[in-house]
Design a protein around this ligand. Structure first.
Ligand code: OFO
Length: 143
């Protein structure tokens, strides 16, 4: 059985993952609008990946006997000053997500919830990749 404090933290992270999907879908629409179709496609794939992150956590909470409470999803930005600005925002967002995943891991360890800690390691590794990919594209754009 998952402890209520951890359940609450997972629910907050599920919301952030759905917001991530919403944000990248919004970026996809922006890139489509300025005819950068490759970036639009890339952002669309990111949006789908974020949905998978959200549902992976959703399933985990349920499997641990917890309750999933879905909250409203914030409105994402819908325009950026340039493709660089959009990727800067994406990179910054991934750093923010990493911080939140790390906080969840710390909470799990604090509560001796080793199942949550083990489950979250997948996200810890995923964030290394997500930050690196966004940063790589950003650096190429700046060239
Ligand atoms: Fe972009 O990794 Fe989930 O949020």
């Amino acid at each position: 059985m998952i402890k209520s404090e951890i359940e609450k933290a997972f629910n907050a992270q599920i919301n952030r993952e759905f917001f991530s999907s919403y944000l990248y879908l919004s970026m996809s629409a922006y890139f489509q609008d300025i005819n950068l179709l490759g970036f639009a496609h890339w952002m669309r794939i990111q949006a789908q990946e974020e949905l998978l992150h959200a549902t992976k956590m959703f399933d985990f909470v349920l499997e641990r006997g917890g309750r999933v409470i879905l909250d409203k999803i914030d409105k994402p930005e819908n325009t950026w000053q340039s493709p660089i600005a959009a990727f800067e925002a994406a990179y910054k967002h991934e750093i923010f997500i990493t911080e939140n995943i790390n906080n969840l891991v710390s909470l799990a360890i604090e509560h001796k919830d080793y199942a949550s800690n083990s489950f979250l390691q997948w996200f810890v590794n995923e964030q290394v990749e997500e930050e690196a990919t966004a940063d790589e594209i950003l650096k190429k754009l700046k060239l």
